[in-house]
Design a protein around this ligand. Structure first.
Ligand code: HEC
Ligand code: HEC
Length: 362
């Protein structure tokens, strides 16, 4: 009988030990949650743009791209005609061939090209003229038929559409010009003319070409641009900038931004202003003029980074025969304005523009 109090005591000790253990455990749980809550950094917000995805062979379908790159804000902007209106048009075949040549240039002039094998770097016109040159502020062709032939200071000549198309063949596609009378050139020009059917001669519709972008008040910075590139571009265009080809190596899934197969240093995109405008309102893929992801600084800095990498060179000694007409961001001298090649390439641009304007008014 006198064992009972001892057993009770034992039990009480056990219970209190148990309670202690529970309390310690609870404190640990609370402390751990607090630790997790306050000290584990939130995962860095990765910018994920709703963009089109290639299929398992690395090819995009045109329909998927058209849908994904469709601009939401179309009010007051030029809208390309629908190809369905071509029914019954005697030039239908030709125009559709032109569209296909723009969208899938590599199939005709790329590494396995049906017309000319490897007469270009393997890129498509559409890589830079989005949705076959129809996207609002996606470097579209809306103002080509209405403004050509026109005088261009780069060549110092009146240029027609054939010359302008071949400019992009020789510079952006770093390739050979094609014969003006070829079916391919005739089809490309027929398509571009048809796109501009509703645009009044001599006018440039809203949404044409590229959207304006304000200058920075400092020089664009390739170092900062490298960080932007790594975080926001390399996943598609690759760390080495050379892009990725599709499964059967006939065309690019993600086109190159520098290296042997990129545009050459005589191309439009080699000027930082063109590059920054294109990228700000179109990249990462899926971005539109009304939904940009990059700040202005990021766009200019990534332009500076990409355009400081190695790329093919073009002999452009004959460009800009009047040197006072070289644009503010043309990076090759000589100049009349007293600024250096470095300043012309990276900016700040406003002082250069002011000086050029002053020289012009003299
Ligand atoms: C690497 C990018 C790139 C590729 C690829 C490219 N272009 Fe261009 N293209 C440009 C840029 C940038 C401009 C504007 C240049 C400027 O205004 O200085 C341009 C301008 C043009 C223009 C004049 C547009 C206007 O409104 O005045 C035409 C026409 C054109 N390109 C046709 C083509 C064709 C056809 C192809 C394929 C054979 C092609 N481009 C491939 C970047 C490219
Ligand atoms: C989700 C994938 C993806 C990301 C991310 C991306 N791009 Fe692109 N980019 C593309 C594709 C695809 C094209 C070609 C579009 C077409 O053909 O319709 C392209 C085209 C381009 C072009 C014109 C073609 C060329 O190769 O010269 C430039 C310039 C460009 N991108 C720059 C950038 C920059 C700078 C960034 C980062 C801010 C970026 N891109 C992020 C997929 C991407």
């Amino acid at each position: 009988m006198n064992n009972q109090p001892k057993a009770d005591k034992e039990l009480a000790r056990l219970v209190s030990k148990l309670i202690n253990v529970i309390i310690v455990l609870m404190v640990m749980v609370v402390a751990l949650s607090a630790l997790l809550f306050f000290y584990i950094p939130e995962p860095k917000e990765e910018i994920k743009v709703q963009g089109p995805e290639p299929d398992q062979y690395g090819n995009f379908t045109d329909a998927a791209k058209q849908e994904a790159l469709k601009v939401k804000d179309t009010t007051n902007y030029w809208i390309a005609p629908e190809t369905s209106v071509l029914e019954g048009n005697p030039a239908k075949e030709k125009i559709l061939y032109g569209q296909d040549l723009i969208a899938h240039t590599a199939n005709y002039f790329g590494p396995q090209g049906k017309v000319f094998k490897s007469s270009t770097n393997g890129m498509n016109c559409q890589n830079c003229h989005l949705n076959a040159g129809t996207k609002i502020f996606g470097n579209n062709y809306s103002a080509v038929a209405s403004t050509y032939p026109k005088f261009r200071a780069r060549s110092g000549q009146i240029e027609d559409m054939y010359k302008r198309v071949n400019d992009c063949f020789e510079r952006s596609l770093n390739g050979k010009a094609i014969d003006t009378n070829s079916n391919e050139m005739q089809a490309i020009v027929a398509y571009i003319k048809w796109l501009g059917t509703d645009v009044k001669n001599g006018t440039v519709p809203e949404g044409a070409g590229l959207k304006k972008l304000a200058f920075l008040d400092r020089a664009a910075n390739p170092e900062n641009g490298k960080t932007v590139y790594t975080q926001k571009c390399a996943s598609c265009h690759q760390a080495n900038g050379e892009g990725i080809m599709n499964g059967d190596k006939t065309a690019y899934t993600y086109p190159p931004l520098w290296g042997n197969n990129s545009y050459n240093d005589g191309a439009g995109l080699f000027r930082l202003s063109n590059f920054a405008k294109y990228v700000k309102y179109n990249m990462p893929l899926g971005v539109n003029h009304d939904s940009p992801q990059l700040t202005d600084e990021e766009a200019w800095d990534v332009a500076a980074f990409v355009n400081s990498q190695v790329r093919p060179k073009k002999d452009i000694k004959k460009d800009w025969p009047k040197i006072e007409e070289k644009p503010f961001d043309h990076p090759f001298g000589p100049y009349k304005d007293g600024f250096s090649e470095e300043e012309h390439k990276y900016g700040p641009y406003q002082p250069i523009k002011d000086k050029l304007a002053a020289l012009k008014n003299k």
